[in-house]
Write a protein that binds this ligand. Structure first.
Ligand code: GLN
Length: 609
């Protein structure tokens, strides 16, 4: 994104005293809560976009596990790969906006593509038909009952046998009198589902379009916010906090409503998956309409860079859509993928990754040094140092999101299986709706944190950005350790109270406020101005790598299911507790390391706060 204001930032040391009078730019023309009035439109556009994204996210894992009957490993692998690519494409979308389109066109195009993607996801087709492979032979599976009372049976020569997973991971088949008719060794019972190829085709097509659309949308709406403020304008951080409120307000409503339509609540069974995705799509169309028909509100923001080569818009749009089959193939490559065995060594691990994994790590490992090299050649020493600091923080950022993004996958499955979803014994929410806690806490806490920073900074006590990042890393780990602590109070059904999960989300949300809005704002400050869109892309690239690793972590937390339901809740609880304990402590440790690095990093940042 290039505009006169951001170009002025090319000399970071030389911030004019009263920059707003020198560069009235887009900040002119009225205010909204003390901010440039354009922030209002960006706020609502992003709010509805996130409404769509998080509405879809709330449903996706359970949709894969319960409607498509994928195993946990496939579900979390596909989910991780999809969300990884969703955050990878912003690198390209940011670059194309910087050079050719300008942010606004990119956002509009992305919005419409995502809306169509959600619409396609709402085609649910018929549910997959469950079956089981027992010692290599196929048996039909019948499911009876609803919710936690569901029971699964294998049908063998007309006889219905209840499937019971044992604590030692063997499986028993019981007759109507509860007598064990057959015992199957660990690993010899594999459940699966028969899926319609058309439905799977459309699922991956929808996901591919969301991925492409988000690449155009997400980095550029953020750089548009950054462009509203002249360098040195003290309102920038607060502006991003308000923007972040918009993000979470959107997700708050959709994480409640989309699962409500899809899965119902209490005794109401809802309308169907399709209705949840359709609502997400409607929100996304609204987001598009808000920016497409802005009534001139954004005339001065996010326009095509002055030095852009001749109009290549059509080529870019067609090219982007032509990538859909490629993305589709990447997702389909993830589907049959089996996690590499532990002990394969680092190289073995890398080689065993699906194409997507190789691409992900490869891009990060190439992009970060390449951009730094560019900065070293083309920037001043100070600019290079600031870029270096940004890159170090971006790298630590991956650890945070790896843990945080368990929300959509392993934590949602945990909520479904090992959480008592009753709210004060008054009513029950569904597992997908537990994702709401994060958004809720962010909306409540963002203003508190904002006020806190102002107070602390008035006394000269505001922590540095690296310090905030370090505490965030420790916090996201501590959140998991909190849930692990709560797991010892699980009831006889091996379910923990909802409040332990809510507590995890509270801690995670506080940590998020230390890293996420701070990070977006930091990128627009530390970056060399003419590549700020690209740098925003690198920020999202680090989240992308994290999403992928998050998928792998969630795969480690896989448990056996039949017809989308776990066969033994104790094994399931133990598995989650094991994985959550490990990642919790690792993150606390990495946070401590960053705390030590915070001092040299501060020097590299040349006064950017
Ligand atoms: N909740 C925030 C958003 O959707 C942050 C998520 C992220 O950047 N990983 O923008």
């Amino acid at each position: 994104m290039t505009n006169p204001i951001d170009d002025a930032a090319a000399e970071p040391g030389a911030v004019p005293v009263d920059v707003t009078t020198i560069h009235p730019g887009p900040s002119g023309g009225g205010e909204w809560f003390g901010h440039p009035r354009q922030l209002a439109r960006l706020f609502s556009t992003e709010m509805w976009e996130r409404f769509g994204y998080y509405g879809m996210r709330a449903l996706l894992t359970l949709y894969l596990a319960q409607h498509f009957l994928f195993s946990d490993t496939t579900t979390t692998g596909v989910y991780g790969g999809f969300t990884a690519l969703v955050y990878l494409t912003p690198l390209i979308g940011g670059l194309l906006a910087d050079r050719y389109l300008g942010s606004k066109r990119a956002v509009k195009f992305g919005a419409i593509v995502m809306a169509i993607g959600y619409l396609i996801l709402s085609y649910q087709g018929d549910p997959a038909k469950p079956f089981a492979m027992i010692e290599g032979q196929r048996y039909e599976v019948a499911i009876e009952g609803k919710g936690d009372a569901r029971q699964q049976f294998v049908v063998d020569a007309g006889q219905k046998l209840l499937i019971k997973g044992n604590d030692d991971k063997t499986v028993s088949l019981l007759d109507a009198g509860g007598k064990e008719v057959r015992k199957i060794a660990d690993g010899q019972f594999k459940s699966d589902g028969e899926r319609s190829p058309t439905t799977v085709f459309l699922l991956l097509t929808g996901l591919a379009l969301v991925t492409i659309g988000n690449g155009f949308f997400k980095p550029n709406i953020s750089t548009m916010v950054g462009s509203l403020y002249a360098p040195g304008d003290g309102r920038r951080d607060a502006g991003f906090t308000i923007f972040y409120m918009g993000i979470n307000l959107g997700s708050l409503f959709s994480q409640f409503l989309c699962p409500l339509l899809a899965l119902g609540m209490g005794s109401w069974e809802g309308i169907g998956w399709w209705a949840g995705f359709l609502l997400a799509s409607a929100g996304m169309f609204l987001s598009w309409a808000l920016i497409q028909f802005d009534g001139g509100a954004l005339d001065s923001v996010g326009n095509r860079p002055a030095d852009a080569p001749a109009n290549k818009d059509l080529l870019i749009y067609v090219g982007a859509l032509a990538m859909a089959p490629v993305v589709w193939l990447l997702f389909s490559n993830l589907m049959g993928y089996v996690r590499p065995e532990a002990g394969a060594g680092l190289v073995g691990y890398f080689m065993g990754l699906p194409i997507m994994g190789k691409m992900m790590f490869g891009t990060f490992l190439v992009a970060v040094p390449a951009i730094l090299f560019w900065a070293w050649k083309n920037g001043s020493k100070q600019e290079f140092q600031m870029m270096l600091a940004a890159m170090v923080l971006i790298t630590f950022n991956t650890v945070f999101w790896t843990l945080f993004e368990q929300a959509g996958s392993s934590l949602t499955l945990f909520a479904e299986r090992n959480t008592n979803l009753s709210v004060f014994g008054l009513f029950e929410i569904n597992a997908a709706q537990t994702q709401i806690f994060n958004a809720l806490f962010i909306v409540l806490l963002a203003p508190v944190f904002s006020a806190l920073w102002i107070r602390l900074s008035n006394r000269g006590l505001e922590p540095t950005i690296p310090m905030k990042f370090a505490v965030a890393l420790m916090g996201v780990g501590a959140g998991f350790l909190f849930l692990v602590f709560g797991a010892q109070f699980a009831d006889g059904q091996f379910q923990v109270g909802l409040w332990w999960l809510a507590g995890l989300y509270l801690i995670h949300s506080m940590a998020e406020l230390l890293i996420s809005p701070v990070g977006l704002s930091m990128i627009t400050k530390l970056s060399i101005a003419r590549i700020v869109g690209l740098m925003m892309g690198v920020w999202f690239l680090s989240i992308s790598v994290a999403q992928y690793v998050a998928g792998v972590v969630a795969q480690f937390a896989s448990v056996e299911t039949v017809g989308g339901q776990v066969t033994n809740l104790k094994v399931s609880l133990d598995t989650y507790v094991g994985v959550f304990t490990t990642i919790g402590w690792v993150s606390v440790g990495i946070g401590a390391l960053l705390m030590v690095l915070a001092i040299p990093l501060k020097k590299l940042m040349h006064g950017v706060k």
